[in-house]
Design a protein around this ligand. Structure first.
Ligand SMILES: [Zn+2]
Length: 646
């Protein structure tokens, strides 16, 4: 089709112009907005012109409208690829509320409803069909797609296609093959909140975008105040920070237990806070989210599960109690604050221990290849000629002699590689709440397990209850899952607790065909590369936390290939680390003195007192600098030791 012919060019221009009018009309009628935001408008225009588009818009940039509006203008069905069920549901609900037909085909949808949805799409009642990449590459699903009038394909979170993107998903790699199924003439739009040059290149190549228009919104947010706080006592700094900051905020932690505990601590200090994590029942999650949005709760303490599809433009701060290991995640998480354009704070609490913890978590995410291979061989041995195996997770951990955590991760990777299939619950998450006050528990002889439940559950056990991974608890207590379950049942019969734990389920593992040495080699390479990419991202973030000489915003945006002048308002720009009280010479002399003083480990408080006597005004800053530089080492018993230079 001659887009280059002069006369036709004019015609195309007039058509797009007309389409833009229709797009605006749709925007007003369906969403009630008068105009597109500047970058949104550019994207919509390019899509309407029938071009393939790569749109890079930060979180909160109104990404979904970029395909939803053109989708409605085109008519027919827009196929949306989305990596997360929660994300799909948010989008589908949002569209339905506006009277637009939308449906998400995910694994939780029964087959009957799946077929009904596809039928409705064929009949024109559904305009947006959401599906995960894993489903889209299934042959049966592709067959169903052939019968649909698909006019646009949108690939959300498109960075997942690249091993250099932060949450790589194997099935994304096969999406390019959909073109043949859907029709070569259908335009594609790929969207992502974060993508480096390398990831952009991967997206374009692997999805097979044709001469795509690349549109990006600058990531720099001039209303942001970035700061890193160095201390070994995060709780003290957390309290100081939330007292200093005003308005609503989010505190990010890395574990579900952390979310419950930190929220608990904040409340014990009289700060309004609630926990939010993926282990909570969805009703409770929405209730917590709603309370926060309506400002009945000031601070939400959340794992990274929180934030998708949530828009509270006047969020005043995002505080990382546990640090982000990836610049993409960090940028996305802090990006939830200050969308109203008013000053917003992005504060990270850094303790030297964090670097080690993050490195360990990455190692756990990608189990070593010899372990994967050995585990697979063990499974083969136990499965015998039938190549099928039925046993519980705790039986498996005992046989394999590894932690439940590592085993889950390994099973996950092996099934992703389609070397095996696991049926049944791999995780056992349960809700626990005490139905009686603490006084009932006290003074009664308790079994060791009940003591543990009391200790691990903490104060939340007596209020809103806790959501816990019982496998982890059982391992921590050193008992069998079934034993812990029986104990919980006993406590329930006494009327002391309520819980929804189930007796441990059986996993059905079926092994697929034996992988060849070449296949193993490919798997080894893939996970080695993924591990390396994760380590590169971690090093970048550690650099962000540890350095105190480059403007924070400048440093962070460099990752996204954006050059900006110093922001003028981060902790570095404000000269927080230029300690005026201490000259270079005295600092050197001080180092020698401190080295002698801290040759024996000293409690943190004692070191603070020592510094305060010498430098009443800058003691805190000096300790921060020493921690940031790794000059002092935090021991597990909360004492500090001088680190000898090699
Ligand atoms: Zn700055």
């Amino acid at each position: 089709m001659g887009r280059e012919g002069d006369g036709e060019g004019f015609l195309v221009f007039v058509q797009i112009w007309g389409m833009m009018d229709r797009a605006l009309e749709v925007l007003r009628r369906v969403w009630g907005y008068a105009e597109f935001r500047p970058v949104q408008g550019q994207v919509v225009e390019a899509v309407l012109a029938g071009r393939d588009v790569l749109a890079l818009l930060p979180t909160g940039g109104g990404k979904s409208l970029c395909y939803q509006v053109p989708g409605l203008v085109f008519g027919g069905v827009t196929l949306v690829v989305s990596p997360l069920i929660a994300l799909m549901r948010d989008q589908v609900e949002g569209l339905r509320r506006r009277g637009v037909g939308a449906v998400a085909i995910d694994s939780t949808l029964p087959k009957v409803l799946r077929e009904k949805a596809l039928q409705e799409a064929a009949e024109g009642q559904v305009q947006f069909l959401y599906a995960s990449p894993e489903r889209l590459v299934m042959e049966s699903f592709q067959e169903a797609l052939r019968g649909l009038p698909i006019r646009l394909v949108a690939v959300d979170e498109a960075h997942c296609i690249s091993q250099w993107g932060h949450d790589f998903r194997g099935a994304y790699l096969e999406l390019g093959s959909l073109r043949a199924v859907i029709g070569e003439q259908v335009p594609w739009i790929a969207l992502t909140a974060t993508a480096t040059a390398r990831v952009q290149k991967d997206i374009i190549e692997l999805l097979g975008l044709r001469e795509p228009v690349v549109i990006r919104q600058p990531f720099y947010r001039p209303n942001f105040y970035y700061a890193v706080v160095y201390d070994v006592d995060k709780d003290k700094r957390l309290l100081q920070s939330v007292k200093k900051l005003s308005g609503s905020g989010i505190v990010y932690v890395s574990s579900q237990r952390g979310a419950v505990q930190v929220a608990e601590r904040l409340r014990s200090w009289g700060v309004s806070a609630a926990a939010y994590h993926a282990g909570m029942a969805s009703q409770l999650r929405s209730a917590v989210q709603e309370a926060w949005i309506q400002e009945k709760v000031r601070i939400i303490v959340a794992t990274s599960a929180f934030g998708m599809g949530i828009d509270k433009p006047d969020t005043r701060f995002v505080l990382h109690y546990d640090l982000a290991a990836e610049p993409e995640a960090y940028f996305q998480e802090v990006g939830r604050a200050g969308r109203d354009g008013e000053l917003a704070y992005a504060v990270a609490l850094y303790s030297p221990q964090d670097a080690l913890d993050m490195e360990r978590r990455i190692q756990e995410k990608y189990p070593a290849h010899p372990f994967l291979q050995a585990l697979y061989r063990q499974l083969e041995g136990w499965a015998g000629a039938e190549r099928r195996l039925r046993l519980s997770l705790s039986q498996l951990t005992q046989r394999a002699q590894v932690s439940a955590h590592l085993l889950r991760q390994a099973l996950h990777l092996l099934s992703q590689e389609r070397l095996l299939e696991v049926q049944g619950e791999v995780g056992q998450r349960a809700y626990l709440r005490s139905r009686v006050g603490p006084e009932v528990w006290q003074g009664k002889p308790l079994s060791p397990q009940a003591e543990w439940v009391l200790r691990l559950g903490g104060a939340a056990l007596f209020r809103e209850g806790v959501y816990v991974d019982l496998q982890d608890w059982a391992q921590e207590m050193g008992v069998e899952y079934e034993e812990l379950y029986r104990e919980l049942e006993g406590l329930r019969r006494l009327g002391w607790i309520e819980h929804d734990a189930l007796p441990e389920g059986v996993l059905a593992i079926s092994l697929r065909g034996r992988p060849t040495p070449t296949q193993w080699e490919a798997i080894r390479h893939k996970y080695r590369d993924l591990l390396r990419a994760a380590q590169v991202r971690l090093r970048f973030m550690l650099g962000y936390y540890q350095q105190r000489s480059i403007c924070r915003a400048q440093y962070l945006l460099r990752y996204f290939d954006e050059e900006i002048p110093p922001c003028g308002q981060c902790d570095v720009c404000r000269g927080y680390y230029r300690v005026e009280e201490v000259s270079e010479n005295t600092l050197e002399a001080l180092q020698a003195e401190l080295a002698a003083y801290m040759e024996v480990p000293r409690p943190v408080r004692e070191v603070q007192g020592f510094l305060r006597r010498r430098f009443p005004k800058s003691a805190e800053q000096i300790l921060e600098i020493l921690i940031a530089e790794g000059q002092v080492e935090l021991l597990s018993d909360w004492r500090l030791r001088w680190r000898k230079k090699k």
